[in-house]
Design a protein around this ligand. Structure first.
Ligand code: MG
Length: 378
C-alpha cells in the first residue's frame, strides 16, 4: 500500500476564541476583544496529522458556528474513510455537497495539503507547483480608531523592517481618512501606502472621496463600495489614475470571471478563505494574470496557521505580485496557536522549507482558546 492509499481516520474540530490586542475598525465592521476561528485536524491511518484553519468574519464571509457545522455535519462524512491521495476528489465532492462556506472548504483543503505533504516529507508549496519565491513582502493594516495607537504601531513596524501598510478607511469620516494619509505620508515617507475601504463608502459620495484619496497616489485603492455595486466599481475605476482592487466583490474563480467581464477593477485581493482553498486561490490568481490584473495576498482575521497556508500558496503562485497581509499573528493576536512564531524577518514572510505547513500547532493553545470541539476521540 502506498503512503497516499492510507485512509483518513480522524476528523477533529475546535472552535476557538483567540484574544486580540486592540480594536480594529474596517468599513463593514469592527473586531474587538477576540477573533473566532475553527481549526480542523485530520489524522491518517498511519497516525500522521494535518491541520487547517477557517477564519470566518461574520460581516464578510460567515460565522464560526456555521463553519463548524459545515465541517462537522456535512463535510466529515465526505472525508472519513477516504484515501489521503484522493484530495481533489474529496474537494470536488465537498464543492457539490455544501454551498458557500468557503472558509470551511479552505480549512479542509489546507488540512489535506498539510497531511499529504507531511506524509511525503515535503513542504506544502512543493505540492502546489513548486516554489517561485521564498520571501513575501508583508503589509500591515492600520485600522485602530485611536490613531495615536496606530502611530505607535507604525514606529514598531518601522523598527521591524516592514515598509508596506494598508490604511483602512471609510469607517469614520472622510476628514479622518485624509488627516491620517497626510500624517503618514509626512512622518513615514519611506513606507508604501495602500488604501482599503472594505465597502465603507456610501454610493452617493464614493466617487468624490476616492478621487481625493487618489491624489495621495497610494499603490492601490481597495473595494470602496458594497460588493454588489459592480457598475459603480467600474465607474470608479475609470475615473481615477490609481489602480482599483476588488476584494469583497470577488470570492472565487466564478466571481473573477464575471468581474473581468465587467471591468470592475485592475487587481484582486486573493484570500483562501474567500476562494475556498489553496488550489482555487491559485486559479483566481492565474485568471487575474491572464486578464492583465494584478493580485495581492489578502487575509481575514487569522492565526499563524491560516497565514502559513496562504504563504505556501503565494510561494508557489508567481502571479501574486503585491505581497501579503499576514500580519495578525505578529501584530494583532495576543497569543498565536502555533508552537513557534509565524516566520517574519525584516518585513518579509519567510516561506518554511520543512514538511507540511512547516510550523506545528500548539495543542495547549487549542485547549486554552476552545469554546467548542468535536471528534477528538478519533
Ligand atoms: Mg480588503
Amino acid at each position: 500500500m502506498s503512503e497516499l492509499d492510507q485512509r483518513v481516520t480522524g476528523f477533529a474540530l475546535w472552535h476557538l476564541s483567540v484574544p486580540v490586542s486592540a480594536r480594529r475598525d474596517h468599513g463593514i465592521g469592527s473586531v474587538e476583544h477576540a477573533v473566532d476561528l475553527v481549526v480542523l485536524r485530520l489524522t491518517s491511518e498511519g497516525g500522521v496529522k494535518g491541520y487547517g484553519e477557517a477564519s470566518p468574519w461574520v460581516v464578510f464571509t460567515g460565522s464560526a458556528e456555521a463553519t463548524f457545522a459545515a465541517l462537522d455535519r456535512y463535510m466529515r462524512p465526505l472525508v472519513l474513510g477516504r484515501r489521503v491521495g484522493d484530495h481533489a476528489s474529496i474537494m470536488a465532492d465537498v464543492q457539490v455537497a455544501v454551498a458557500h462556506c468557503t472558509e470551511a472548504k479552505a480549512a479542509l483543503d489546507t488540512a489535506l495539503f498539510d497531511l499529504r505533504a507531511r506524509i511525503a516529507g515535503v513542504p506544502v508549496w512543493a505540492l502546489l507547483g513548486g516554489r517561485f519565491r521564498d520571501r513575501i513582502p508583508l503589509s500591515c493594516s492600520i485600522a485602530n480608531p485611536d490613531f495615536d495607537k496606530d502611530l505607535q504601531l507604525m514606529s514598531r513596524l518601522s523598527e521591524d523592517g516592514v515598509r508596506i501598510i494598508k490604511l483602512k478607511t471609510g469607517f469614520k469620516d472622510h476628514a479622518f481618512d485624509i488627516m491620517r494619509l497626510e500624517r503618514l505620508r509626512q512622518d513615514f515617507a519611506d513606507f508604501e501606502i495602500r488604501v482599503d475601504y472594505n465597502q465603507g463608502l456610501h454610493q452617493d459620495v464614493a466617487l468624490a472621496c476616492v478621487r481625493d484619496v487618489a491624489q495621495f497616489q497610494p499603490t492601490f485603492i481597495e473595494q470602496p463600495v458594497k460588493a454588489h455595486l459592480r457598475d459603480l466599481m467600474a465607474r470608479i475605476r475609470d475615473s481615477i489614475d490609481v489602480p482599483l482592487l476588488a476584494d469583497e466583490s470577488v470570492f472565487g474563480p466564478e466571481d473573477m470571471l464575471q468581474a473581468m467581464g465587467q471591468g470592475l477593477a485592475d487587481g484582486v485581493s486573493i484570500k483562501i478563505m474567500k476562494s475556498g482553498g489553496l488550489t482555487r486561490a491559485q486559479t483566481v490568481a492565474r485568471m487575474a494574470h491572464a486578464g492583465g490584473w494584478s493580485a495581492y495576498g489578502g487575509d481575514m482575521f487569522e492565526s499563524g496557521l491560516a497565514h502559513l497556508a496562504g504563504a505556501h500558496m503565494i510561494a508557489a503562485t508567481p502571479e501574486i505580485t503585491l505581497g501579503c497581509e499576514f500580519y495578525q499573528a505578529s501584530y494583532f493576536l495576543t497569543d498565536d496557536i502555533l508552537a513557534n512564531p509565524f516566520p517574519v524577518e525584516d518585513g518579509k514572510v519567510v516561506v518554511p522549507d520543512s514538511p507540511g505547513l512547516g510550523v506545528d500547532v500548539n495543542p495547549l493553545a487549542l485547549e486554552r482558546f476552545s469554546v467548542n470541539r468535536a471528534g477528538l476521540a478519533a
